[in-house]
Design a protein around this ligand. Structure first.
Ligand code: ADP
Length: 254
């Protein structure tokens, strides 16, 4: 079992002895909440298993040190790299945009983490940035991608700072700017930030986006535009860290 306790979301993945996913759960509350327990309970319920049957439990993510049921704790970087390589064999660049940080990982030809850069000092371009903007626009974060598709143009959001960008969005709303065009600008702002992070480690194809923001096809499209390169995602993108932790647990139990 792998448990990824993020700043905003808790994830749990259970693998069988053949390293196939038996169950997974994503609970949209993170460290310091009931999220980790609920994610574990939900994944166990889907698997029809009890905690005692879990051969090895490994925790990762921002809140991993507070999770007592783990035999071991492994860094998010190692788990994300491991999960990403399972999701996409041959992946060379991973961009992970989560609730509170963004990271770019360089993976070598042997599938090992070679280098990384991280932005964990500022909410700009992270899930939090998108959550704040969605709230101002009175839409759900999961609706952002569909609205982005309706954009006729892109309204540039010039401030990268979340607080100032929020003011810009409010100012655009007061001018009756089309909401889809504002959202396209918000996505572009997040994408440009992620692209500059990725360029610091070098972008080698194939590129995989992980983390919860990979669920937002608007950001994925904007990132591909900003990089001038293809960016792939997977239905497993948000659980990449938990999956990596579960793969380490599988190795430990072998
Ligand atoms: P954590 O850092 O807590 O591990 P995640 O990688 O799970 O965070 O990402 C959480 C972020 O993903 C949220 O802040 C939200 O912006 C985004 N997100 C999650 N689900 C969706 C969705 N269905 N559509 C768009 N964005 C999403």
């Amino acid at each position: 079992m792998g448990v990824d306790i993020g700043s905003s979301t808790s994830k749990c993945v259970i693998l069988n002895g053949s390293s196939e996913i038996v169950s997974q759960a994503v609970i949209p509350v993170g460290t310091g909440t009931s999220g980790p327990r609920r994610a574990v309970e939900a994944a166990l319920a889907i698997a029809g298993a009890s905690m005692e049957q879990a051969a090895v439990v490994i925790a990762t993510g921002y809140g991993r040190n507070t999770y007592d049921d783990a035999a071991e704790r492994i860094s998010e970087l190692s788990c994300h790299a491991k999960g990403a390589v399972w999701i996409m064999r041959g992946v060379r660049t991973v961009v992970d945009i989560g609730g509170q940080d963004a990271k770019a990982l360089s993976i070598n030809e042997d599938g090992r983490l070679a280098d990384f850069v991280m932005n964990d000092k500022c909410a700009a371009g992270t899930g939090r940035f998108l959550d704040v903007m969605a709230r101002v626009l009175e839409v759900g974060v999961s609706d952002l991608q569909g609205l982005d598709e309706k954009a006729g143009g892109i309204i540039q959001i010039s401030s990268t700072c979340t607080v100032f960008a929020e003011s810009e969005v409010i100012s655009q709303l007061s001018k009756n700017a089309p909401i889809p065009d504002i959202i396209a600008g918000i996505h572009q702002s997040a994408a440009v930030r992620a692209a500059s992070l990725m360029k610091r480690i070098g972008v080698v194809q194939p590129v995989l986006m992980t983390g919860g923001v990979a669920n937002n096809a608007g950001v994925v499209r904007a990132l591909a535009r900003a990089l001038g390169a293809e960016v792939k995602t997977s239905p497993h993108s948000q659980i990449a860290g938990a999956l990596g932790a579960a793969l380490f647990a599988r190795e430990r139990s072998a």
